[in-house]
Design a binder for this molecule. Sequence first.
Ligand code: AMP
Length: 116
Amino acid sequence: MSDNDNIFKKIMRGEIPSAKVYEDDDVYAFNDISPVAPTHILIIPKAPIDGLHELTDHDAELAGKLLVCASKLAKKLGLESHGYRCVINTGAEAGQSVPHLHLHLLAGRDFQWPPG
Ligand code: AMP
């Protein structure tokens, strides 16, 4: 069950502005409004999927498209030489604040491991 009023759905409907960096039939990518790294892009499926926990075998192609999108954007933006990180927060304890699947593409600074 998906929340039709969450902020990412409003962004995709054009009701809230966003700094789009990529779009195709299945995927939308835009700059995070509160970046935690010099590059901080959110990559989301257009389909109403609340989070990674909702994926089934039927979503394998779409899930792959999110990763391929991240890889292509990283190439296009020249992030590969220094490295980048992809994060999908899932559920409250992991820090998911918007109930629509999203992949964070982060780059431009050193990242710690394990993450906080
Ligand atoms: P998460 O905490 O993993 O659910 O990530 C949600 C992300 O959405 C956070 O990094 C927020 O800064 C970002 N965010 C919230 N509202 C907007 C918005 N209107 N435009 C762009 N990014 C947003």
